[in-house]
Design a protein around this ligand. Structure first.
Ligand code: IPT
Length: 968
């Protein structure tokens, strides 16, 4: 054997190229506060840059940095942006696996490297004197920078700002900025977040002037004393100056403090005071929000009050531009959050674009600001070599936490620092925690990955099930160190919003409201990271030919990739509504509870409507006392107008809307609603009295024609029908599929193994007897003796047709059913739907809190929820009756009891087979499911499964539907 070439890994550290060194970088200025509203000059360098992609880091020498270099044949790229989303290379998705060998800090030779060139003209009026700095807000993952041919240095830390002093290098007129960006670097080992790998200069690059006497860095300390109703302001500045807050009549020296009556800042009432820091050379705008955050008596408090997080985890994502987000998108996200009662964001898993935090300050959200750090993929090797355990990485870790804290420290919305996500445990994290505590004692620390909570002020978990959260709330969790039992508890991730779901949110909320220590949580996550792609609708992992990938696990948000709210968001809005409206103790009353942290109910207008069968009969304003947070009242509802129709169902709908426009929603925006029943639904009478007749191989029964062999309907009232059949299958949801790393959660796999996706239908008898047609049959999977015996009894009164269904299980079923009901197909022309039941959105047994009882109307196409990976969706719950119409005639289906209604232009099998939205092609039928039962949704794609109350156990069942064709 020839001797092996000297392994590169054996290279001494210093001989490693910069991008493989653990050190954070060289040449940068120390971190400081970000994005200051300064009056100093700025030259934005966004826009079209020259671009060249190489497959490896060393494909080209650095001659391109020479100002004389001719880049005429290079491509153009938009900065900010990711080159893989602009036609160069391809994105790749992995959840935890690193898409390269675990050999820290080394990276593969295949290391896509993008050379970027930007020629700019220094404005003629660029101020002379002082310094100028070049500031990069975010480059993924490692950049080396030259200005006018002179190397400035290089850095890692993708979602963190980096600055270079360049004053001495600037030239009058033409300047050339050259940036070499490597996709992979030692920094990649610290950035194993669950998201697309997207290299590039994805946040702005600016040239800032720093005048002589500039305010280099400053720290606004604005606290609030809830016992005295007073705020205290002190601004530290590296350069002395004056601090002015005209509205408060304040004019202070830096370092000097003033205490005075002010309004506090909170997520519910984000009061900001405009101020200014003036140093000799610069005026910097300040936005002061007075608030004090503290852990006291085992609770996380803001301004002396317990905070209840109604939060979401937010990744930065846009379906076209990846993590390069424009202001409108950031703002749109926040408006959507606020309008859905969300009051908190965890910036998973890195500091967001700085403008996002400005918006949080303005609009009011509590923020857990997380450092750009995750080393999750080391779990695959038993955490061997985990950077947070090795000293050589500590400087990089400290650099990251410092860049996070220094940049964002002046945002009142940021109330907690998070060290990072999923890094295991190690001394590096402790070093970060020590640093953060020293630098900013005013904010508690969060990190979920260390159950000992040695470095944190909060006990945080992800995906703990309801049972465990209850135990924690009651102080029965004795598996941790005693000190942990004294800490406030939060779920930094819960309610995995992948595909249809999450289910079980309401049950969590009840726990948060029952146990003070349980201070809420953050749903995982805000948005589906599906990339717009004409081939697929939206692409997910594997769609770009990645060998190693995690499929659609990247699509787990409360909004679809194009930011269409999914039903999960509507559910969450209702579950976390800061006002609860429910039936009172005595009939005809409503109980109103104020669940706000800070606001009384004075800002809301309440109204009532009395509805019968979905029709509003009367309504008006409801006088509700301006309850303080935590208070409740029972309010009498106006009596029913006139005599209600006999047998009709009637109820009050009470709504709470904004009395005045807010910064985030117009006047009249609905915050909360509830319904109070007056008269209950009476069971519809079955149609009987007309006897069946035989004719041409068919059985005529009132308006129905049945096939004498199969017992299925051929038509009703002239509308052709196929079916109905008893069915149990649904296209598994992501939550039915469960988590691949927890085989016991993989319910759909077990359903398929049992054969529930390919049940055999047998007809044993079609008999006419006692004025009815009785169809007996059996539904069973191959290779099993489990079965459901079925009996469908058809009767008619001449106008209407009733089918009464009985299902009797045979054998020992050990799995819940996906669903249980009838499936039938109608002509495609029957594309309009009206119904009386829950709506307008989808619901399943443990979701759909946002759906209310009413009369609704939608086209079949609009009943679909376009989950990125097609799956069961679109059921309407509690349906009393539904009509399908082609405009001329309507087939009305009345259920006894209420049922789940679903209508689609594809069959369940087609929905099940589809992998992407583009696989769903409308066919010749409208497929209708009339379900007596649905299995709940849960959140087993990453979290607990369906709670016992929402499981669809196999048991005897009886239910009925009445069909009738109406004209017009
Ligand atoms: C958890 C991660 O923190 C988050 O980034 C995301 O991957 C989420 O899961 C699932 O989508 S870690 C998980 C193994 C509990």
């Amino acid at each position: 054997m020839s001797s092996a070439p000297r392994a590169k890994a054996a290279l001494p550290y210093a001989a490693l190229p910069y991008y493989e060194q653990t050190a954070p970088g060289t040449g940068c200025l120390p971190p400081r506060t970000g994005y200051a509203r300064t009056d100093a000059a700025r030259l934005p360098l966004s826009g079209g840059w020259r671009f060249r992609l190489a497959p490896r880091a060393d494909a080209h020498d650095d001659s391109f940095a020479d100002p004389a270099y001719d880049s005429g044949d290079w491509d153009r790229i938009e900065v900010p942006g990711h080159w893989v989303l602009q036609g160069h290379g391809a994105p790749a998705y992995t959840n935890t696996p690193y898409p390269f060998p675990l050999d820290p800090p080394r990276v593969p030779d295949e290391n896509p490297t993008g050379d970027h060139l930007r020629v700019f003209t220094l404005p003629a009026d660029w101020p002379a004197g002082g310094e100028s700095v070049l500031r990069f807000e975010g480059v993924d993952s490692c950049a080396r920078v030259w200005l006018n041919g002179v190397e400035l240095g290089e850095f890692k830390g993708s979602r963190l700002p980096h600055e270079f002093a360049v004053g001495g290098l600037l030239r009058t007129g033409r300047n050339v900025l050259a940036v070499r960006v490597h996709q992979w670097s030692a920094g990649s080992y610290l950035e194993d977040q669950d998201q697309w790998w997207l290299p590039g200069i994805f946040r702005e690059v600016n040239l800032w002037h720093r005048p002589d006497g500039t305010a280099a860095d400053h720290f606004v300390h604005a606290s609030w004393d809830h016992e005295r109703d007073e705020g205290t302001l002190r601004v530290e500045s590296t350069v002395p100056g004056r601090v002015r807050v005209p509205e408060l009549g304040l004019d202070l020296a830096t370092g000097e403090s003033a205490t005075l009556p002010v309004e506090p800042w909170s997520a519910e009432s984000p009061r900001l005071y405009a101020g200014e820091l003036a140093t000799g050379g610069e005026r910097v705008g300040l936005r002061v929000g007075f608030r004090t955050v503290a852990v006291e008596g085992g609770l996380l408090k803001a301004n002396g009050r317990r905070v209840l997080f109604r939060g979401v985890n937010r990744h930065e994502f846009h379906p076209e531009t990846g993590r390069a987000l424009d202001h409108e998108t950031m703002r749109a996200d926040l408006l959507l959050m606020k309008r859905h009662n969300i009051n908190a964001v965890r910036t998973s898993h890195y500091p967001p674009h700085p403008a996002f935090l400005d918006l949080c300050d303005e609009l009011g959200l509590w923020v857990i600001d997380e450092c750009d750090l995750e080393t999750h993929g080391f779990h695959a090797v038993g955490w061997r070599g985990n950077p947070v355990t090795e000293e050589r990485w500590t400087p990089a870790l400290l650099d990251r936490i410092a860049r996070t804290v220094e940049r964002d420290k002046n945002h009142p919305s940021v109330i907690v620092w998070s060290l990072g996500n999923e890094c295991g445990t190690g001394a590096g994290l402790s070093a970060m925690a020590d640093w953060a505590r020293r630098r900013d004692p005013g904010r508690p620390l969060h990190y979920e990955g260390d159950r000992s909570c040695a470095d944190t002020d909060l006990y945080s978990r992800m995906y703990a099930d309801h049972e465990e959260v209850g135990r924690i709330g009651r102080g029965e969790d004795r598996d941790g160190p005693p000190a942990r039992a004294e800490l406030p508890f939060l779920l930094c991730e819960y309610g995995h919003a992948m595909g249809n779901g999450p289910g079980g949110l309401a049950e969590y909320q009840r726990l948060f409201e029952t146990y003070p220590r349980c201070q809420g949580g953050f749903v995982w996550e805000w948005i589906d990271h599906g990339l717009a792609d004409p081939r697929f609708g939206f692409a997910y992992g594997g769609d770009f030919g990645e060998v190693l990938h995690d499929g659609n696990f990247v699509c787990d948000g409360l909004v679809l990739p194009d930011r269409t709210p999914s039903p999960g968001l509507d559910d969450y809005k209702r579950v976390i509504a800061p006002v609860r409206i429910e039936a009172g103790e005595s009939t005809g009353t409503v109980r109103i509870r104020n669940l706000h942290d800070v606001l009384d109910l004075g800002h809301l207008t309440f109204s009532w409507a009395y509805e019968a069968e979905g029709e509003e009969l009367s309504g008006g304003r409801l006088e509700v006392p301006p309850l303080e947070p935590g208070e409740q009242a029972e309010v009498k509802l106006p009596p029913a107008p006139g005599t209600p129709r006999p047998g009709g169902e009637s109820y009050w709908t009470v709504r709470a809307v904004l009395s005045e426009p807010a910064d985030w929603a117009p006047r009249g925006h609905e915050i909360a609603w509830g319904q109070v029943q007056d008269t209950a639904r009476r069971s519809p009478a079955p149609a009987t009295g007309t006897a069946p007749r035989s004719a041409d191989g068919g059985l005529l029964l009132g308006p129905g024609v049945l096939d004498a062999r199969t017992g299925e309907l051929v038509s009703v009232g002239g509308v052709p029908v196929r079916g109905p059949r008893v069915e149990v299958w649904r296209a598994p949801t992501d939550n039915d599929n469960g988590a691949p790393w927890l085989p016991e959660t993989e319910l759909a796999r077990r359903w398929r193994a049992l054969g529930l996706d390919r049940m055999r239908h047998r007809v044993d008898a079609v008999e006419s007897a006692d004025g009815a047609v009785v169809v007996r049959g059996r539904l069973a999977p191959d290779a099993s003796d489990l079965a459901l015996a079925t009996e469908l009894r058809w009767t008619s009164d001449g106008e209407r047709l009733t089918v009464a269904v009985r299902v009797t299980p045979e054998g020992e079923w050990r799995l819940p059913l996906p669903r249980l009901g009838l499936g039938l197909a109608l002509p495609r022309t029957m594309g309009g739907v009206r119904w009386f039941g829950a709506g307008p959105g989808e619901s399943y047994p443990d979701t759909g809190g946002g759906a209310r009882l009413g009369r609704w109307q939608r086209e079949v196409d609009a009943l679909q929820t376009r989950y990125v990976r097609p799956q069961e969706n679109g059921a309407r719950a509690g349906v009393r009756w539904a009509e399908l119409t082609d405009g001329d005639r309507a087939l009305r289906i009345t259920g006894d009891p209420e049922f789940w209604f679903t209508a689609r232009r594809w069959s369940t099998a087609e929905l099940d087979a589809a992998r992407h939205l583009t696989d769903l092609v409308p066919g010749d039928s409208v497929w209708v499911n009339l379900d007596h039962g649905q299995h709940g949704i849960g959140s087993a794609s990453c979290g607990p499964g369906v709670l016992p109350a929402h499981r669809l156990r196999v048991a005897r069942a009886r239910f009925a539907f009445t069909f009738e064709v109406l004209r017009g």
